[in-house]
Design a protein around this ligand. Structure first.
Ligand code: OGA
Ligand code: MN
Length: 200
């Protein structure tokens, strides 16, 4: 069997350079249409299983209102995305010695009116999350639908990034960011490249 390879659109040199210079990188046109169709189908067929992301261990927080489904190997299509991120993690380890060992990921669905307020995925290095990635898998996103990812880069500059279909954002997990109120259903896979294993 051929070794799994990253899609051509994932220019690893550019990603490494962007992360080094700015702490984030954007990959557009990440996947071929055939794969995207299967991925959207896997996500939408499982929407009834998504759970309120704000409730963890019975504790309700008001920082976010999206719904999530943690990925596992039975979700075969999204698992290929996780495998791609594992390969990317190896390249990041070679370049930056991040010690990435594992990728954890969930589908996320923001319905109209939902958001995720300002936060860091790994505040003060309290968990092993090194790099966050968000891949947007809805098939359309219009300019006035909100739901942007607003992110402060490692030099302090703010960026407002539209959740364009087939776009992947990669950023250091210690950077401040938020998801602005979505006005339309917004589907994604959030994944973390971790230097440890296990959930949070
Ligand atoms: C997250 C997150 C950003 C996005 O899930 O932690 O910040 O654009 N997501 O969905
Ligand atoms: Mn986040």
């Amino acid at each position: 069997m051929d070794a799994i390879q990253l899609p051509k659109s994932w220019s690893v040199d550019r990603i490494l350079d962007d992360l080094d210079q700015h702490g984030f990188s954007i990959v557009d046109d990440a996947y071929e249409t055939e794969y995207i169709v299967d991925l959207i189908a896997e996500c939408t067929h499982n929407l009834a299983r998504f759970r309120d992301a704000a409730i963890q261990n019975g504790i309700v927080s008001n920082i976010r209102s999206d719904h999530i489904l943690w990925l596992n190997p039975d979700l075969k299509v999204s698992n290929q995305h996780v495998q791609m991120l594992e390969i990317l993690g190896q390249a990041l380890n070679r370049a930056f010695y991040l010690g990435i060992k594992d990728v954890e990921a969930h589908f996320a669905c923001y319905n109209a009116g939902e958001f995720y307020a300002l936060h860091k995925d790994n505040p003060q290095g309290k968990n092993g999350r090194m790099i966050s990635s968000v891949y947007y898998l809805h098939d359309e996103w219009q300019a006035d639908w909100g739901g942007e990812l607003r992110l402060q880069d490692k030099n302090g500059a703010w960026h407002v990034l539209a959740p364009k279909p087939n776009r992947m954002a990669l950023f250091q997990s210690d950077l401040l960011h938020e998801v602005l109120l979505a006005k339309h259903q917004r589907l994604s896979i959030t994944a973390w490249l971790r230097s440890d294993s296990g959930i949070i």
